[in-house]
Design a protein around this ligand. Sequence first.
Ligand code: 9MR
Length: 385
Amino acid sequence: MPYRRKFLKRAGYTTLSALLTMAFLQKDKEKEDRSIYAATANYASANTNPPLRKLAAAKGKLFGTAISGEFLQKEKDYANLIARECSIATPNGELKWNATEPQPGKFTFESADAIADFCQKHNIELHGHTLFWHMGKPDWVPYPPTLKMLERHVTGVMGHYRNSPVLKSWDIANEIIADSENETDNPTYGLRKGVKPELVRDLFKIAASVDNTKKFYLNDFGIEGATWKSDHFLKMVEYLKNNGVKIDGAGIQSHLWFSTAYGFDAKGFNSVLKRLNDLEVKPIITELDIIIDTPLPDSIKKLDQMVADSYKRYLDLCFAAGVDTVISWGLTDRHTWIRHPDWMPRKTYRNNPSLWKFLRPLPFDENLQPKLACNAIAQVFQQAT
Ligand code: 9MR
């Protein structure tokens, strides 16, 4: 959620009239800029770090984030930051079914196109998210949708971006694996209830028939270690491969939770990355953020250090396994989804507003200043071979 501050200044008559003239000119300028998101290179001078996109590019890698059209339009400092730091972006919601096909067969691309235009202007690659998901869909779409609905949807949305100069990849399916064996009716592949492997296979095949020039991903969370879920995710990838389906990569969301009591399963995650590489399905990081849950450290400074150390450890491991694309789920704590009461960790944070200041999962703070996590990411890129 955005946190906004308003500053009021008192001024004498002379100053006041000067201010009014400036405000008038500014308004005119805003009019000019209205059609495009006006990100420019004059990002806040306090950030003297080299842009992450530049450090990534030096190692043949991409760095970016989920972006929101609403904030790009309303907050110039945010738009400037994205343009400065990112070489790849995922629309936060603008390409989801509820945004692109709110009524059966009636497609709207206004907000997604605005994002694509912003990306083109700033030389940012766009990762398409997503064609098939149990959330982010209008009420008239059941889960899973019928094959006919999927056919129309995929044809409409992928068709619209077939010639896009910036959209290079699609999350064809998102979060199709259940969280545990109790939540699936398909013990072999662990799919969400009602989803059949054949439907997923056909979805990928339809996608390839519409536009096989893009990279196709299967995207999920909770697969960053050796878990029931990652095992079934990998089985599903294998199934798609064995059925002659075009699948280029695996999106590893990486909404990571650590605490002073536990870290991450480096050995297990390494084996997931290895199995994907063996299957020639490229792992990329698609939604990275790091939440520190209780027990918490006793200061924000220590928390920021923990977040930074976790970024470093996680990304070091990813890069050692050949990962070349890192997308975070937001760039600044100002907008992180994890501060929304619906999404924040329930037991510990939701009913405890005094702890919300500890939700600092992203590389830049609310004022868009780089945090220790940003330095850590910069260092990992610099040290990558
Ligand atoms: O962060 C996104 C939030 O603003 C949306 O309301 C929500 C529903 O569309 O989706 C969130 O993004 C999710 C992403 O699409 C898939 N992985 C989990 C993300 C966080 O919930």
